[in-house]
Design a protein around this ligand. Structure first.
Ligand SMILES: Nc1nc2c(ncn2[C@@H]2O[C@H](COP(=O)(O)OP(=O)(O)O)[C@@H](O)[C@H]2O)c(=O)[nH]1
Ligand SMILES: [Mg+2]
Length: 317
């Protein structure tokens, strides 16, 4: 069973891949064996993260970027994460619509993930989905994420090159400074550059970057690229900057160490997802309800309760 499924995925069969991805979402026990079998075939894809506030134009930009990649003959897989929308909700439909230009293109595979109410779901499923796309032989894998919480920032770290998408005219607060987003930016994209304030935002970003103390001599300075995603404007420049960043990574000779760090990071995400899921299960149990009864009566302490909870996490994976 697993053998035929993995063989079909390795051959690029999108229906087989879709099936495994659904199994990953449903935490189907069979998914693990397939993921294990696929892992040896991964590592060939270049992963690009698109992170930015809702409405900054990420999906539109991804759509335009896919077109640029396709013109160069590159096959593209996309994992679009929207933690605020339910599975059947508008954002996911919206993503489909914004990317539907590529709906019939066999060189493009788009997978939307919604995670509301699914504890540990994002960090659990995203690395697996990326691995499946990688094994399918896509040249470029895009991860679109909102980047508001630690979860999304963690997800972004899976990428080789991280784009942080900002838009002009949002007032004085530089949106990108939020929640560690600055640190993950390899390239800043000022999308909606047709709106007023794009140059000002560019200056703000440059000023912010100049505040980095004692950057190493060979450090990468994130370039700022202007785009108008709706008009496909600035995409060639963006592609060029991604290639420059990739070349810089190669020149750093960091590929080995980076690849190691990334796999380690992936494993940490998988463990975090698993722990979150186990924690949710443990805290939903009868034993825990009784413990909470005892606690509210001051018959036990939070520290002893925490120990009990940790002991309860050790169950079956
Ligand atoms: N004026 C303008 N509108 C844009 C641009 N890029 C995207 N939009 C619009 O911004 C809205 C949000 O875009 P979307 O791609 O869904 O943003 P996301 O939530 O970040 O994925 C849509 O109505 C887009 O048509 C742009 O460069 N200029
Ligand atoms: Mg979107």
């Amino acid at each position: 069973m697993t053998d035929t499924l993995t063989a079909r995925i390795l051959a690029g069969d999108v229906r087989a891949a879709g099936r495994l991805m659904r199994q990953v979402d449903d935490q189907h026990p069979g998914a693990r064996a397939a993921l294990d079998a696929l892992f040896a075939h991964t590592g060939g894809a270049y992963i690009v993260g698109f992170t930015g506030n809702p409405g900054s134009g990420k999906s539109t930009l991804v759509n335009a970027f896919i077109r640029t990649c396709r013109q160069k003959g590159l096959r593209v897989g996309v994992v679009a994460i929207d933690p605020t929308s339910p599975y059947s909700g508008g954002a996911i439909l919206g993503d489909r619509i914004r990317m539907q230009e590529h709906a019939l293109d066999e060189g493009v595979f788009i997978r939307s993930v919604a995670t509301r109410g699914n504890l540990g779901g994002l960090s659990r499923s995203t690395p697996a989905l990326v691995q499946v796309l990688d094994a399918m032989g896509f040249d470029v894998i895009i991860i679109e994420t909102v980047g508001v919480g630690q979860d999304e920032v963690d997800i972004a770290r899976v990428a080789d090159t991280n784009l942080v998408v900002a838009v002009p005219g949002m007032g004085d607060d530089i949106q990108a400074t939020k929640a560690g987003i600055m640190e993950i930016a390899d390239i800043f994209v000022i999308n909606k550059s047709d709106h007023p304030g794009a140059d000002r935002l560019r200056r703000e970003l440059k000023t912010m970057m100049s505040l980095v103390e004692n950057p190493p001599e060979d450090a990468w300075t994130p370039p700022v690229v202007h785009t108008i995603a709706t008009e496909h404007d600035g995409l060639d420049k963006l592609f060029e900057k991604i290639e420059e960043h990739r070349a810089w990574l190669d020149a750093q000779g960091q590929e080995g160490a980076r690849a190691r760090r990334r796999i380690e990071h992936l494993i940490r995400l998988i463990v975090q997802g698993e722990l979150d899921a186990r924690l949710a299960r443990a805290m939903g149990s009868q034993a825990w309800k009784q413990e909470m009864d005892a606690l509210t009566e001051r018959q036990d302490t939070p520290w002893r309760a925490a120990e009990l909870l940790i002991a309860m996490l050790g169950g079956e994976a």
